[in-house]
Structures are given as structure tokens and as C-alpha cells.
Design a binder for this molecule. Structure first.
Ligand code: KIV
Ligand code: ZN
Length: 397
């Protein structure tokens, strides 16, 4: 089975989500949780951004062990030096150098020529090589860059010493097949390195395709995926860790690939990131949303009670939930209600259950979802009614 490296950028691109800024203590706490989760690389931050950010990255580099620690740097001396300094205490250090390469980035943002861009790539990667165990290079806005120029950019980065070539779909513009072709073209431009280069991808979610694009790239040989917990990140966010990892795990038959992530740590880590960033997880979010293992319709409830595999492709426990959730609402059937009551320690059968079902449906017309209090009250009432009017008694003549 192919191992895909998980490069977690929750603490860098994730933190670029509006409103997500973390304190240094929170960053450290999240970094520890990511290391426990089993990611391969943690991008701890962008040290050139501020002294506080540099100090936070340094603290993480010092305290969090067992993973490769990465820091982001633009392709200039000052950024590379800031990243090197912040990463200095890390067990294994990776400087992630990037520069915009599309016409729009070169002409409108950086105001440099393609040739100047290549010179900057070469200089920055060479400088970074002096300070880190490995260099990852990203051509920002790769998916809107002329494909021939893009190949040249990666060749220059490789000649200067970078061995991990990250392909960012910075603005979430690529379509899966198209992105796969871009990745193949870059691999093609680097064949001289005889497999000595690892290709990585970094996908944004502006069109909701970040995970699909990441998986499409993995299918054509990318061996590292940039992800964030809960998919947080700039604008529409990044490819989410939980979806990417679980797609590979659940469909190992398709991808023939897996990661080292301890998937049962996913939900606790998701909660921590949500709490510390203040960004809630939408209820219908795959894997980590509150509804990911909730069943509301009677038909589905009946199915999962008989065999969970009827409507679940992974177990809740495999990703860190305690249990699936049977939601009692107007859509529920008797089987769902019975299961929920049993869970609450008030199992009902026969007439008691019939009574409870009638009462529950009446209550369900008033509320969206019956809560524990509703259900326990209903169970008590259903039992009382059954005692007062036992169906087994012969009718009075
Ligand atoms: O989206 C992007 O291009 C980035 C790079 C810095 C990799 O975040
Ligand atoms: Zn990004």
C-alpha cells in the first residue's frame, strides 16, 4: 500500500481563515494534538509575518517532537532566514519556499519578469538548503501558470536542491482531471531526478473541489497532501484532513494508498481546532459534523439498527465519535424510537412502545427533534397508560 504523507497546514493556511488567529499557547496545543493524530508534517506558521508568529513557531519546533516541522517563507532572504531561525530547535526541519508564478501574480502582484522569478527561486532554495533538512517548493497559483514556465520553475527549484515539489491550486480554480494533468506534467518535467522528487498538492476549496482535486492528484502519483483540520483556510478553505484521510482509508481498494493518521483521534482534534479558532463545524460536514453519524428517517434508522453498514461507510468510533445518533423526529419509525429509548435506559415493547410512538409523533409536530427530557417523559407516560388500559384485558361486557 502506498503511504501518502499528510502535511498539515492548519496552523498556517488554516490560521489565515478570517477570524481564526490563535494565541501562541493555542497554537502549541493544536500542534501537540496534530502530532498525536499522526500527521507527517506540521506547517507551524509563517515566521516572517511577525515576531509573535516567529516565537510561536519556535516554541512548537522546540516542544513538539516526532513530526517534521515546516515553516513558510517567501522566496527572499529575510523570509528564509526567519523560517530557519524559528525552526532551529526542531528535530527535523523543512523550509517551505514559495513564489507566485502565474502571469497575474508576476505582473500585478510581484511586478517581476519570469526570468527574475526563476532567479529568486534559485537563490531562495539555495539559501534555505543551508538551514534545513529538506526544502519544499511551491509555485503559488500553479494552476493558472503557463504549463511550460511552470515546468521550468520546478526544474530550477530542483536544481537548487528542493526535493518536495508542492503544486498549489491557490484559488481553487482547477477541475480534478485538469489538476491531475498538471501534476503529471510537473512529474514529467522532473524525470531527470529519477523519482528523487516527491510531488505534493495544496488545494483550495473555492469551487468545493479541494478534496476531489487532492485525490485526483494522488491517483496520478502525488505522494503528499496539504490539508487542514475541518478544512479551514483562506476564503473557502483548504482540502480537509478528515475527508482526505477517510477517503483514502475507506476507499483503499480504489486508491491503493493510506496515511499514518490515527483516525480515531480525528473528532477530538476537530473539536479542539474548532474551539480554539472559534470556527464552528457545520452540522452536515463529512466525518466531523454533528450529523455525520446521525440518522433521522425511519427507513435509515431501521437499516442501521439491523446492520449499520446499510447506511454508514465507516463506523463512528473509527473517527472518534462515541456512537451513532438516532434522531427522534416526525420522520422516525418505531424501530428508531425503540432503539433511542433503550439507549436512554427505558426499553419499551409491545403496547408500551405503541403508546410511546403515538406520543412521540404528537410531540414531533411541536418540536424538530425530541430531546432526552421529551423521550423520558414520553416513556413514563406510555408505561402509565399501558398499566391503566392493558390491551391484554378482555373488553368489559
Ligand atoms: O495557496 C497557496 O498557494 C499557498 C502557498 C503558500 C502554498 O498557501
Ligand atoms: Zn493556500
Amino acid at each position: 500500500m502506498r503511504q501518502i504523507e499528510i502535511f498539515d497546514t492548519t496552523l498556517r493556511d488554516g490560521e489565515q481563515a478570517p477570524g481564526a488567529a490563535l494565541t501562541a499557547a493555542a497554537k502549541l496545543e493544536v500542534a501537540r494534538a496534530l502530532a498525536e493524530l499522526g500527521v507527517d508534517v506540521i506547517e507551524a506558521g509563517f515566521p516572517a509575518a511577525s515576531d509573535g508568529e516567529a516565537a510561536a513557531v519556535r516554541k512548537i519546533a522546540q516542544d513538539v517532537t516526532g513530526v517534521t516541522m515546516a515553516a513558510l517563507a517567501r522566496a527572499n532572504d529575510a523570509d528564509v532566514d526567519a523560517a530557519a531561525k524559528a525552526l532551529a530547535p526542531a528535530q527535523r526541519k523543512r523550509i517551505h519556499v514559495f513564489i507566485g508564478t502565474s502571469d497575474i501574480h508576476l505582473e500585478r502582484k510581484l511586478r517581476i519578469t519570469p526570468h527574475e522569478c526563476l532567479l529568486r527561486v534559485e537563490r531562495a532554495v539555495r539559501r534555505a538548503m543551508e538551514h534545513a533538512d529538506e526544502i519544499e517548493f511551491s509555485a503559488e497559483d500553479a494552476t493558472r501558470t503557463d504549463i511550460h514556465f511552470l515546468g521550468t520553475v520546478y526544474q530550477v527549484a530542483a536544481a537548487a536542491g528542493a526535493r518536495i515539489m508542492n503544486v498549489p491550486d491557490t484559488v481553487g480554480y482547477a477541475q480534478p482531471d485538469e489538476f491531475a494533468r498538471t501534476v503529471l506534467a510537473i512529474r514529467g518535467a522532473l524525470t531527470a531526478y529519477n523519482g528523487g522528487i516527491r510531488v505534493s498538492v495544496h488545494c483550495h476549496n473555492d469551487l468545493g473541489l479541494a478534496v476531489a482535486n487532492t485525490l485526483a492528484a494522488i491517483e496520478v502519483g502525488a505522494s503528499q497532501a496539504h490539508v487542514t483540520m475541518n478544512g479551514i483556510g483562506e476564503r473557502g478553505g483548504n482540502a480537509s484532513l478528515e475527508e482526505t484521510v477517510m477517503a483514502l482509508r475507506c476507499r483503499a481498494d480504489w486508491y491503493g494508498a493510506d496515511t499514518r493518521v490515527h483516525t480515531e483521534r480525528i473528532v477530538p482534534t476537530s473539536r479542539l481546532v474548532s474551539e480554539r479558532t472559534g470556527i464552528p463545524v457545520q452540522p452536515n460536514k463529512a466525518v466531523v459534523g454533528a450529523n455525520a453519524f446521525a440518522h433521522a428517517s425511519g427507513i435509515h434508522q431501521d437499516g442501521v439498527i439491523k446492520d449499520p453498514r446499510t447506511y454508514e461507510i465507516m463506523t463512528p468510533q473509527s473517527v472518534g465519535w462515541e456512537a451513532r445518533r438516532i434522531v427522534v423526529s416526525k420522520l422516525s419509525g418505531r424501530a428508531g424510537l425503540a432503539a433511542r429509548l433503550a439507549e436512554l435506559g427505558v426499553p419499551l415493547h409491545g403496547e408500551e412502545l405503541d403508546n410511546a410512538y403515538r406520543l412521540a409523533m404528537r410531540r414531533a409536530d411541536e418540536v424538530h427533534e425530541l430531546d432526552e427530557r421529551d423521550l423520558i417523559t414520553i416513556a413514563a407516560e406510555a408505561r402509565r397508560k399501558a398499566v391503566l388500559a392493558p390491551a391484554t384485558l378482555p373488553a368489559a361486557s
